[in-house]
Design a protein around this ligand. Structure first.
Ligand code: MG
Length: 458
């Protein structure tokens, strides 16, 4: 705890950062300086995600050198630039990125202001002193959050959605990044929680709030939240920073709705920041701002450069400025999924090959080895014994030879049968290859070998 000489607001804080129960590497980083707190959740292969989050918080700490909200945004943008530069200059770091959620004590005229900057799906929550209700201040930049804001997913559906790790905004993707900013009045007794998704994906907000109310010491509460996340699986890295407002000019009893979503550019132009009432549940209203294209990367998905938005765009109204981008993204996503499904269907339905099942030669439909979620299936099991297949045809089986129609596959088996009969006649062996006639056409649902002895044929 300490006090900036120009401020009346003081804090106490605690933190915990844990690798979790599954991951080998902790790609989260936290920052706890007096008056500047942050959580960053890195993504990218090898050590890249760890580097991205470390560089982000390190740059934020170094470059947030003037205590005002503008400079907090600039410091986050500089952190983005540094991650982008490292990724560009080092092949090992290509594709890395990180979220960041930061809380800073700033000054506006002669008032203390808490500024919250956010990019990605790490979160800042507020446990209000007067009500002890937990409210999410930030908005997630993720696909499911976008769909939830549009009313296409419920909160419960979003919380368990298999694609909840797809981000629509992150640091490190493009040289320009849109930074969400909120300004809040410091109120004595308020408790802030900054955390990565490793916490709230494992522990519901009710239990998080309960811990925050029950444990007065920030370090104790942070440790307990990490323990609960691990108890529920700990499938991701877990970062928690808890910041208590110990002293503030405003005491408990301040009017609710003190959270202001800042349309920062308008403020720069001289207009007052837009005052936004708190939405039910406490966070600033949904805007869908900046949500755009997504792509996969590492163990979670990251945005593409298409999501990059210049700093000057922050001056525009967040609700309307990106509506077309969200729509374009969803249309593109549907088109990609539809195109993929169609391509897989075409490939699987239009490919046949011959292999064996239960000691018999069989005709399979589908790409040998399968394609994405589709596996080949047996459409006909013949009476041709696998042991009778001539050695010079053995490599044709299992996908060594493929056909574009069922008729071609049938013709191949007929030829195979003829070859076997010819060999039998020449060697005087009448036992093999005698039962093919009439055997074709008996479609079955036999499951193919788990690991076909084939190679993938495009
Ligand atoms: Mg995470």
């Amino acid at each position: 705890m300490s006090t900036d000489g120009t401020t009346t607001t003081t804090f106490r804080w605690g933190s915990a950062c844990d690798v979790g129960q599954v991951r080998q590497v902790n790609q989260d980083h936290v920052l706890t300086e007096d008056g500047l707190f942050a959580v960053a959740d890195g993504m990218g292969g090898h050590r890249a995600g760890e580097v991205a989050s470390e560089v982000a918080v390190g740059t934020l700490k170094e470059r947030f050198d003037v205590p005002d909200a503008d400079h907090l945004v600039v410091a986050v943008q500089l952190a983005n630039s540094e991650v982008v530069r490292l990724a560009r200059d080092n092949p090992d770091f290509r594709g890395m990125g990180t979220t960041i959620s930061a809380l800073a004590l700033t000054r506006n005229d002669d008032h203390d202001v808490l500024a919250v900057a956010n990019v990605g799906d790490s979160r800042t929550y507020l446990l209000k002193a007067e009500s002890e209700e937990l409210e999410q201040v930030t908005e997630d930049h993720s696909l499911v959050a976008t769909l939830e804001r549009q009313g296409q997913l419920t909160a419960d559906e979003a919380a368990s959605h298999p694609q909840r790790n797809i981000l629509t905004r992150a640091l490190g993707i493009d040289g320009n990044v849109l930074v969400d900013l909120w300004e809040l009045e410091p109120v004595k007794g308020d408790r802030y929680l900054l955390c990565s998704d490793g916490l709230f994906n494992e522990v519901d907000e009710g239990r998080i709030a309960s811990v925050l109310r029950r444990l007065a010491e920030p370090d104790d509460a942070a440790a307990e939240l990490v323990r609960l996340a691990n108890e529920h699986g700990g499938r991701d890295n877990i970062s928690v920073v808890i910041v208590d407002v110990v002293q503030a000019a405003t005491d408990v009893g301040a009017a609710p709705g003190r959270v202001r979503r800042v349309t920062h550019g308008e403020s720069r132009d001289g207009a007052p920041p837009e005052a936004v009432p708190a939405r039910p549940g406490g966070a600033a209203p949904s805007t869908g701002s900046g949500d755009a294209a997504a792509a996969t990367g590492g163990d979670r998905a990251t945005p593409t450069a298409a999501d990059a938005t210049t700093a000057t765009q922050r001056s525009k109204g967040p609700r309307s400025r990106f509506t077309w981008r969200v729509a374009a993204f969803l249309v593109a996503l549907v088109a990609i999924i539809g195109g993929t499904v169609a391509a897989v269907d075409v490939s699987m339905n239009g490919t046949f090959y011959v292999d064996t099942v239960d000691g018999k030669v069989a005709i399979y439909q589908g790409t040998p080895g399968g394609l994405l979620w589709r596996q080949p299936k047996v459409v006909t099991t013949t009476e041709v014994a696998a042991d009778d297949v001539p050695d010079d045809k053995a490599n044709d089986l299992g996908g060594g030879m493929t056909f574009t129609s069922r008729a071609e596959a049938d013709a191949y088996v007929e030829q195979l049968r003829a070859d076997i009969e010819r060999i039998d006649a020449a060697t005087g062996d009448g036992d093999a290859g005698s039962g093919l006639g009439g055997a074709l056409g008996g479609a079955t649902t036999t499951t193919p070998p788990t690991t076909p002895s084939t190679t993938l044929v495009p």
